[in-house]
Design a protein around this ligand. Structure first.
Ligand SMILES: [Zn+2]
Length: 184
């Protein structure tokens, strides 16, 4: 059997062989998250050029450059932001890994497909939070075991068309979570 790349049989995170190898044993989607983690591990506030991936926050006319979201954080908050940013990348990596099982001959249940439908519906219409809830048993009935696999794969392809964005909501929530009990 041909290897996926010279040194790896499959993506070191998600296990895919469908997407091609990009670098360091990862497919492109996983590599992007790994790079985000590696960058965040190197962040050093005294060296601004290391703060790759930190979002900008307005523009400083005094210095003629973009302010970064981390500029106003104290050291402790900055470390929580770093940890939360890494945790969010890890969360995306685990989603990518769990999605790959639709392609690995594993059994797919109606509930798996219901979750896919719910997720796609939220991407399209975020405010309709209950769309496609409670569909698992009817999906099982209508599609059967093999039909569910085919459906799950189609929906996975559809989900892959959405750009992968880290959730800044998650990151800021985790950054400031421990402050909550102290605030009035
Ligand atoms: Zn991967």
């Amino acid at each position: 059997m041909d290897g996926w790349s010279r040194a790896y049989r499959a993506c070191q995170n998600c296990g895919t062989t469908r997407r091609s190898h990009v670098a360091k044993g990862y497919c492109g989607l996983c590599l992007r998250q790994m790079r985000a983690i590696w960058n965040a591990e190197q962040w050093n506030r005294r060296r601004r050029e290391t703060l790759k991936g930190v979002p900008t926050s307005g523009f400083s006319y005094k210095h003629g450059r973009h302010r970064l979201a981390t500029d106003s954080m104290d050291a402790e908050t900055f470390e929580r932001f770093r940890a939360a940013y890494i945790a969010e990348s890890k969360r995306i990596l685990s989603v990518l890994k769990s999605r790959e099982r639709y392609w690995l001959d594993e059994k797919i249940d109606g509930l798996d497909v219901e979750y896919q439908l719910r997720h796609i519906a939220r991407l399209i219409r975020p405010r309709n939070r209950r769309a496609f809830y409670g569909r698992a048993s009817s999906l099982r009935r209508r599609f059967g075991a093999q039909g569910l696999v085919a459906l799950a794969q189609l929906l996975d392809e559809l989900e892959t068309l959405f750009p992968w964005q880290r959730s800044w909501g998650n990151i800021y929530e985790q950054t400031y979570a421990t402050d909550a009990p102290d605030s009035p």
